[in-house]
Design a protein around this ligand. Structure first.
Ligand code: PRP
Length: 217
């Protein structure tokens, strides 16, 4: 069987909200995926582009980082939240794309009262960031790792508070939570696998220059 990767560059992009902002940026960069890429109902995962040597995969945001970190993709689009949580040594993040602006915050139920001497339970997708945020205040917490919908966890007494992404704030409001403290500001970054950056440098640098030229301040 012919080795699929050969001289191809694989770009991992996240599904969902970020993709809506990424599509215009890719267009301005003259990186145009095939038509089926724009159809969210299409079950394909790997798409051609206007460059014969460039393929795009559409995956979950955490998985975009995993693909790039382990070399399944050469470049990708990854949020600063994911970069900070996993801190993959193989990922180089040279370009802030200035899209997907949001922040990671600590939130708690409206009218929440602290209970002294009890170990706080925090529901989050980001246990490492959460642990180190509380550790910097000298507080030990019990992180409950979730993959979504953690906003309902306090009401159901699964957790006392949550650490999650906040964009418009609507999800917090709709679930009777209030933001207590911002932990980090987040944007999406163009990331590169460090080995690929050495071995496929010419094409990757070319893509980086196209994208960099299309970023809006
Ligand atoms: C994110 C995040 C919050 C929500 C915040 O989830 O986990 O639930 O967005 O946005 P808001 O402040 O504008 O309401 P997302 O919708 O990306 O889906 P997910 O739960 O699958 O991560």
């Amino acid at each position: 069987m012919k080795y699929y990767r050969e001289d191809k560059i694989i770009m991992a992009v996240p599904k969902g909200r970020i993709l809506e902002e990424l599509i215009p940026l890719l267009k301005r960069s003259n990186i145009i995926p095939e038509n089926s890429f724009f159809n969210n109902d299409n079950r394909k995962l790997l798409f051609s582009t206007n460059f014969s040597w460039l393929k795009v995969i559409r995956v979950r945001s955490f998985d975009a980082a995993t693909f790039v970190a382990y070399g399944g993709a050469d470049i990708g689009v990854v949020g600063y939240d994911v970069l900070k949580e996993f801190n993959y040594p193989e990922i180089y993040a040279p370009i802030d794309l200035k899209i997907g602006k949001c922040h990671l915050s600590l939130a708690q139920p409206k009218g929440y009262k602290e209970i002294e001497n009890s170990l706080l339970k925090i529901a989050t997708k980001y246990p490492k960031i959460t642990k180190s945020f509380f550790a910097s205040k000298g507080i030990n917490v019990n992180c409950i790792k979730m993959n979504g919908a953690m906003e309902i966890a306090p009401k159901l007494e699964l957790a006392d508070k949550i650490v999650d992404l906040v964009s418009s704030g609507n999800t917090l409001k709709a679930n009777d939570l209030v933001e207590i403290e911002k932990i980090i500001d987040i944007t999406s970054h163009l990331v590169v696998n460090r080995t690929a950056f050495k071995t496929r440098s010419k094409k990757i640098r070319y893509l980086m220059s196209l994208i960099e030229g299309a970023i809006n301040e």
